[in-house]
Design a protein around this ligand. Sequence first.
Ligand SMILES: *[C@@H]1O[C@H](CO)[C@@H](O)[C@H](O)[C@H]1NC(C)=O
Ligand SMILES: *[C@@H]1O[C@H](CO)[C@@H](O)[C@H](O)[C@H]1NC(C)=O
Ligand SMILES: *[C@@H]1O[C@H](CO)[C@@H](O)[C@H](O)[C@H]1NC(C)=O
Ligand SMILES: *[C@@H]1O[C@H](CO)[C@@H](O)[C@H](O)[C@H]1NC(C)=O
Ligand SMILES: *[C@@H]1O[C@H](CO)[C@@H](O)[C@H](O)[C@H]1NC(C)=O
Ligand SMILES: *[C@@H]1O[C@H](CO)[C@@H](O)[C@H](O)[C@H]1NC(C)=O
Ligand SMILES: *[C@@H]1O[C@H](CO)[C@@H](O)[C@H](O)[C@H]1NC(C)=O
Ligand SMILES: *[C@@H]1O[C@H](CO)[C@@H](O)[C@H](O)[C@H]1NC(C)=O
Ligand SMILES: [Cu+2]
Length: 615
Amino acid sequence: MALSLFNFLIIAGLHLFPFIEAATVTKDFNITWAYGNPDGAFNRSVIGINNQWPIPKIEVNKGDRVVINVFNGLGNVSTALHFHGIFLRGQTEMDGAAGVTQCSIPPGSSFTYNFTVDQPGTYWYHSHVKAQYPEGLRGPFIVHDPDMPFKDQYDEEIVLPLSDWYHQMVSTTLMSRFISFANPTGAEPVPDAALMNDTQNLQIHVQPGKTYMFRIINMAAFAAQYFWIEGHTMRVVEVDGVYTEPAEASMLYLTAAQRYSVLVTAKNETGANFAIQGSMDQDLFDAVPDGLNPNVTGWLVYDGAKELPKAQPLDAFEPFDDFGLVPQDGEKLLDKADYTVTLDLKMDNLGDGANYAFFNDITYVVPKVPTIYTALTTGDLATNPAVYGVNTNAFILKKDDIVDIVVNNNDPGKHPFHLHGHNFQVVSRSADEAGPFVANASIEAAFPSVPMRRDTILVRPNGNFVLRFRADNPGIWLFHCHIEWHTASGLIATMIESPLELQSSLTIPEDHYAACRAAKQPFKGNAAGNEKDFLDLKGANVSPKPLPAGFTARGIVALVFSIISAFLGMAAIAWYGAQPLGKGTEMAARGIVAEAGEGVGEGEVTGTRPVGKLE
Ligand SMILES: *[C@@H]1O[C@H](CO)[C@@H](O)[C@H](O)[C@H]1NC(C)=O
Ligand SMILES: *[C@@H]1O[C@H](CO)[C@@H](O)[C@H](O)[C@H]1NC(C)=O
Ligand SMILES: *[C@@H]1O[C@H](CO)[C@@H](O)[C@H](O)[C@H]1NC(C)=O
Ligand SMILES: *[C@@H]1O[C@H](CO)[C@@H](O)[C@H](O)[C@H]1NC(C)=O
Ligand SMILES: *[C@@H]1O[C@H](CO)[C@@H](O)[C@H](O)[C@H]1NC(C)=O
Ligand SMILES: *[C@@H]1O[C@H](CO)[C@@H](O)[C@H](O)[C@H]1NC(C)=O
Ligand SMILES: *[C@@H]1O[C@H](CO)[C@@H](O)[C@H](O)[C@H]1NC(C)=O
Ligand SMILES: *[C@@H]1O[C@H](CO)[C@@H](O)[C@H](O)[C@H]1NC(C)=O
Ligand SMILES: [Cu+2]
C-alpha cells in the first residue's frame, strides 16, 4: 500500500512536472594538442579538445546526468579529467584524479565519465595529471539552477574565467626546472601573463540599467588574482557553488581554483567605459622578473565609440574578506569534531637536493595502485592507512563523522587548499604569522554560528585554518594545495572515506580497468600492488631519501653554484675551441656531478639529470 502510493506520487509528479525530468548531457571530447597565443606574445602548443583551444565551457542543469566520452588523442602523454567542486556523491570513481580514483588514460585510449550533478553553481574542469592543466586543459563547468534564489535580480549572466599563463611548457620544461637540485629553494616559475577569458583586452558590452551576474573562476596554475571593476560595486551571491547572503565587495581576491558569482548593475548613463582589472598577487613570486605585467585589463563597454580607459594605479589592494560570508541556506556550525586531521605544512629539501612540500614530514608520491582500487581489494585491511603506502598521507574517515582538517602553515607562502568530494565550513582562519592552531574555549566560542562554506580556501603565511565537514560521501578524496607546483612537489593528503562501504556499493566500469591495462598499471592490492600480504609495501613508490643531517638548502645553493660555474667554464672552453662538447668534456662533467652527488644524500644526485641535459 505504502509502496504503491509512493509509486503513484512519483508517477504523478513526473506527469505534472515534466520539466523536472533530468536530461543527459553528452560530450565527445577528443583531447588533442592545439596552438594558442592568448596574450599575443608567444604562440605555443596547448592542450585542447577536438583540436580547439580554449576548451569548451560545460553547461548543465542541476539534476542532469553528464556523460563525457574522452579519447586521448595527445599521442605522447596520458590524461584524465577532474570536475572541480562536484561532489560526485556515490560516484567517487568519476572524480578523475589520476593515480587516486582511476589510472590515467594513456594515448589512444578511451574513458567515459558518467555522473549526475545535484548541486548548482560555478565550477570548472581540468586535467588531474601532474602539471597538465596549465597547458590549457581547463575550462568552466556551470550548473544552472531553476530555483536560483537571486534569479529575479539579474538579467544576464557572463562566465568570466581568469588565469595565469606560461609561455614555456609547464609539465615538461618548467617542471623539470622546478623540482631540481638546481632549484633548492623551490622557487616557483613566475607566469608570463594574466588572462581574462583566455585573452587580454576583453570587451564586455553591457546595456544601461541591466544587472549582470558574473561567474568569476580563477583557473590559474599558480597566481591568485585581485579583481575589480572600476566605478562599479559587486554583490557576492555565490562562493564555490554555495549561495550566500548578498555581500557588497569592491574588490575580490581569488586564489587558484576559487570562484565567485557577483551581481553588477550597469549604470544608467552610457557616457564612459570602465576598466575591469585582474592583478596577480605578486607576494606569491619569489622574484618578480623585470618587465612582468601582473595585470590583465578588460572593459565594461557602454559605448563602443568611446575610449577604453587604462586602469587607475592603486597604492594597496584591499580585497573583500570571504570569511564573513554567510551561506544563504543558513547551515549552522556543525557539532564538535569526532575526528581531527592535523596537517603541519612545510617545504624542505630531500636527498636529491630538490625542494619538496610536506604534510607531517611526508611528501606525497602517487602510489603504484590507484588508491580507490586498493580500498576495493584489500578487504578489512582497507581501514588500515598502511595499505595505501607511506607517501600518500592517507586518513581513514568513518561514515557520518564530523571531521576537522587543521592546516598549520609552517611556511612563509600563501597556499590555497582544496578538498575533493565536499565543501567545508571554514570555522577558523588566522591572520599571517599566527603559528599553529591551538584549540581553547574562547577561540571555539568565537567560531561563526553559520560559517562560510566553500571548497577552496587560502591559508595565510605561517598561519592556520580549521575546516569542518560531515563525512557523508563515501569515496577517495584528495586534499591538496591548488598551486600546481606544490601539488607536484607533494602537498597532498588522501581522505579515505568509508572504504568498507565503497567495497559493497561501487561498481567500476570496465573501461576504467581497460585504461589501467593499457597503461600497464596494476589495479589490485596495496599501494605497492601486493595482492597477498597487504601490509608488505616492498616496491611501493616512495620519495627520495632525506638529506643527511647537517645539510641545508643554503649548502645546496653553494654546491649548485659551484657546479654551474664548472659547467660554464667547460662551455666556455668548448666554445673557444669551436668544438661541440666532446666525450672528454662530458666525462669531466660526469666526474664533477658524481663528486657533488657524494655530498648530497648518499650519491642520490647521480648526474643523470644534468649530464642528460648536456648530451
Ligand atoms: C601558431 O603556430 C602554428 C604552427 O606554426 C600555426 O599553425 C598557428 O596558426 C599559430 N597559431 C596562432 C594562434 O598564432
Ligand atoms: C582525435 O584527434 C586526433 C588528432 O586530430 C585524430 O588523429 C584522432 O583520429 C581523433 N580521434 C577520435 C576518436 O576522434
Ligand atoms: C608532446 O607533444 C607536444 C606537441 O607536439 C609537445 O609540445 C610536447 O613537448 C610533447 N610532450 C612530451 C612529454 O613529449
Ligand atoms: C551512465 O550511467 C548510467 C547509470 O549507471 C547508465 O544507465 C548509463 O548507461 C551510462 N551511460 C553510459 C554512456 O555509459
Ligand atoms: C569568452 O570566450 C568564449 C570563446 O572562447 C566566448 O564564447 C565568450 O563569449 C567569451 N566571453 C566573454 C564574456 O566575452
Ligand atoms: C537607473 O534608473 C532606474 C530607473 O529610472 C532607477 O531606478 C535607478 O535607481 C537608476 N540607477 C542608478 C544607478 O542611478
Ligand atoms: C597593475 O595594476 C595596478 C592596479 O591598476 C597598478 O597599480 C599597477 O601599476 C599595474 N602594474 C603595471 C605593471 O601596469
Ligand atoms: C585562545 O586562542 C586564541 C587564538 O590563538 C588566543 O588569542 C587566546 O589568547 C587563547 N586564549 C586562552 C585562554 O588561551
Ligand atoms: Cu601551495
